[in-house]
Design a protein around this ligand. Structure first.
Ligand code: SF4
Length: 365
């Protein structure tokens, strides 16, 4: 932004003024930027536009969760979800239109893939939510955390995601602390290393299974980057950060698939070995997510008893483990349920529909 103003023959601090109008006050008209001189406002109107994403609809849930469907180009739309909780408000942000990976338990995966989102389209999701909530950066924060956990694999859209996350954390942007911005990945090992070099956000990993046979079945990417390599990358990532920080391992519990006591004990060993390498107990946090069903899925949510028993095994072994309460499932905004509208460039969406109509297991393809 500073370079843009220099190109206009203006001082760099003008960028700071405009950033504050956009991100702190949600102003999209140059004419309303009263501390910017008239001549510069006219110049800006001729050269630039401030265009937030187009809200196709927004939907509140009975539990306070809020979902936005945001129109992109050519019939594409993505989703962002706000989840209020005690003392915090978390926005789940999308990074791609659809997703090219094919995690078997994920609704986005059934939609196929269209394209990466631009930096503007990513930060625009935060802007829309921030405006809706009446969020005031540095004054009255309604939006306290952002998780790059919506549609898409964020590390496959590296540059745009890293740039958007820097605006989330910048004082002239949304001013969030590093640890309040989390990137969640399905495990692209080389890109985790690159993220460590270029950014300082919190890391979450979609683990969902403690051994390669099961994880490859659920997350095909595991074939390329097996668990041992993934865990080594997490160790390298965390070693770059201040001692005491942790990696969150997301674990979706599916009945009869990955929720047995034997698998819980295997997960304990994996988490313990990670903590041993880091040399502090809470280096790994496990987030158990009861599976959220979507039409056509072959998986079911684990029972309440199995979920508690699984958590108990981890806790008893000293692994910090939380169960994520399901939020927003009345508006299909729960974890793993985001779909948007994807003009699919792969054949996955059509294939999924065909198998659904035929009554075959849709994800077996
Ligand atoms: S879980 Fe994430 S990476 Fe896997 S298919 Fe869904 S959106 Fe893509």
């Amino acid at each position: 932004m500073e370079a843009f103003f220099e190109d206009l023959g203006e001082k760099r601090f003008r960028a700071h003024q405009v950033m504050k109008w956009i991100y702190h006050r949600h102003v999209t008209e140059f004419s309303e930027m009263t501390d910017v001189g008239k001549a510069l406002r006219a110049k800006l109107e001729a050269r630039a536009e401030i265009r937030p994403p187009n809200v196709l609809f927004d939907k509140p849930s009975v539990d306070g969760t809020h979902k936005w469907l945001l129109g992109m180009d050519a019939g594409n739309a993505i989703e962002a979800v706000f989840i209020p909780d005690k003392g915090r408000g978390t926005l789940c942000v999308s990074s791609q239109v659809g997703c090219g990976l094919n995690c078997q338990f994920c609704s986005t995966a059934t939609q196929g893939f269209n394209r990466n989102l631009s930096t503007a389209e990513i930060i625009g999701q935060v802007w829309v939510a921030s405006k809706h909530l009446g969020n005031k950066t540095h004054l009255d924060r309604k939006l306290t955390n952002v998780v790059m956990m919506g549609m898409g694999e964020p590390l496959l859209n590296f540059d745009n995601v890293v740039c958007a996350m820097s605006i989330m954390r910048d004082d002239l942007g949304f001013g969030l602390a590093n640890k309040r911005v989390t990137l969640s990945t399905s495990g692209l090992v080389p890109m985790i290393d690159r993220l460590g070099e270029e950014s300082d956000v919190a890391l979450a990993v979609s683990l969902h299974a403690p051994n390669d046979a099961l994880r490859t079945e659920l997350i095909p990417l595991n074939k390329k980057y097996p668990i041992a390599e993934l865990m080594d990358a997490c160790v390298r990532y965390l070693r770059r950060k201040r001692k005491g920080e942790s990696v969150t391992f997301e674990y979706t519990l599916m009945r009869g698939v990955n929720d047995s006591p034997a698998i819980a004990r295997e997960l304990v060993r994996l988490m313990k070995s990670f903590a041993n390498q880091m040399q502090y107990a809470d280096a790994a946090k496990v987030n158990l997510i009861p599976f959220n069903p979507f039409p056509g899925t072959r998986f079911e949510r684990s029972g309440e008893e199995e979920i508690r028993a699984f958590q108990r095994i981890l806790l008893d072994a000293g692994v910090l483990t939380m169960v994520r309460r399901t939020r927003g499932d009345d508006i299909d905004a729960a974890c793993g349920q985001l779909k948007g509208q994807v003009m699919d460039r792969t054949r996955r969406q059509a294939e999924f529909r065909r198998r659904l109509e035929e009554g075959a297991p849709p994800h077996a393809a």
